[in-house]
Design a protein around this ligand. Structure first.
Ligand SMILES: N=C(N)NCCCC(=O)O
Ligand SMILES: [Zn+2]
Ligand SMILES: [Zn+2]
Length: 319
């Protein structure tokens, strides 16, 4: 398939000419969206964490992931692709959202994403707490109709309300399901684990359109079987991938707001994303990086590699 631009993509700053630790931290040292005009894939931050139920701080996620992405190199041997050479990828900066008004923030994230999609074919958002998946799925559904969803997370995030509030980081997929943004036959959780409020959480979750491939399933059947199960569920529909970094074990991603023991390794998560490179991945987010709880950029680096692998998988169809 031909790329949408007629010129060679503008790639990242050359780190053999300018030390990679110098200058502004655009994601992977890529150019800005303003510099390239139009992008095949834009990376945008969504610094927002008014939806959290426990530790705060994911509002600092975008800048931390960008800062942790300086060491990424242009060739991805695991997929045999140079994503920034086959696709124009750019950093679109941050979508700004009101920290004191959740409803306004949700509208701002939707508006911001919609505007960016005038200038980029696909969007990868760095959160921010998981609330942002709700407006992002709204915009995906406007463009593609109800989408298939791969949701990698320790948590279901299909709960109903907290303190009576319907829009939180524990509820985006219930709201998206109720409002028809997602294809109820093609949504999947990956890596789910840990205590729930009650068994009824699981009944609700299934009715809302999700199939669970949990952390225990991965342990018992292996990652290859988990991938096959996900592929069967997602089918060949446009798929949106939402990755909460707490899907990884706290040993791999400690810098997050609601950590749960017994999670995936970063290696397993990267493998899953790679294995879906032939699907039509129309958008993605990587959320819940809370740098105040991070150490030595462990979570930031894991998240930056997840974004890089997502971009690599999206680029496969643009070669
Ligand atoms: N989306 C994330 N990370 N966490 C949801 C946790 C909801 C709860 O406090 O039960
Ligand atoms: Zn989540
Ligand atoms: Zn979570």
């Amino acid at each position: 398939m031909a790329t949408s631009h007629h010129f060679e993509p503008i790639g990242p700053r050359d780190s053999s000419q300018t030390p990679r630790y110098a200058g502004a931290a655009n994601f992977a040292l890529l150019p800005t969206l303003d510099e390239v005009g139009h992008a095949d894939i834009a990376v945008a931050g969504v610094p927002f964490d008014t939806g959290v139920s426990y530790r705060p701080g994911a509002r600092f996620g975008p800048s931390h992931v960008r800062e942790s992405s300086r060491l990424l190199r242009p060739y991805n041997p695991a997929q045999d692709i140079s994503p920034f050479a086959v696709a124009q990828v750019a950093d679109a900066g941050d979508i700004v959202a009101n920290p004191f008004n959740l409803d306004e923030a949700v509208a701002q994230v939707a508006d911001g994403a919609r505007e960016l999609l005038e200038r980029a074919d696909r969007l990868v958002c760095i959160g921010g707490d998981h609330t942002i998946a709700y407006p992002l799925l709204k915009v995906m559904a406007e463009k593609h109709g109800p989408v298939a969803v791969l949701h990698a997370d320790a948590h279901l995030d299909t709960w109903d309300t907290y303190f009576g509030a319907p829009v939180t980081h524990g509820t985006p997929f219930r709201r998206a399901s109720e409002e028809g943004f997602i294809d109820l036959t093609a949504c999947a959780h990956l890596g789910t684990r840990g205590p729930l409020y009650g068994k009824h959480d699981l009944d609700d979750d299934e009715k809302l359109g999700f199939q669970i491939t949990g952390s225990v399933y991965i342990e018992e059947h292996g990652i290859a079987a988990a991938i096959e199960r996900l592929r069967a569920r997602l089918g060949d529909r446009p798929v949106y991938i939402s990755i909460d970094v707490d899907v990884m074990d706290p040993a791999h991603a400690p810098g997050t707001g609601t950590p749960e023991a017994g999670g995936m390794t970063s290696r397993e998560l990267l493998r899953v994303i790679r294995a879906l490179s032939d699907l039509n991945i129309v958008g993605a987010d990587v959320v819940e990086v809370a740098p105040a709880y991070d150490h030595a950029q462990l979570t930031g680096i894991a998240a930056s590699h997840v974004v890089y692998e997502l971009i690599s998988s999206m680029s496969m169809s643009l070669r």
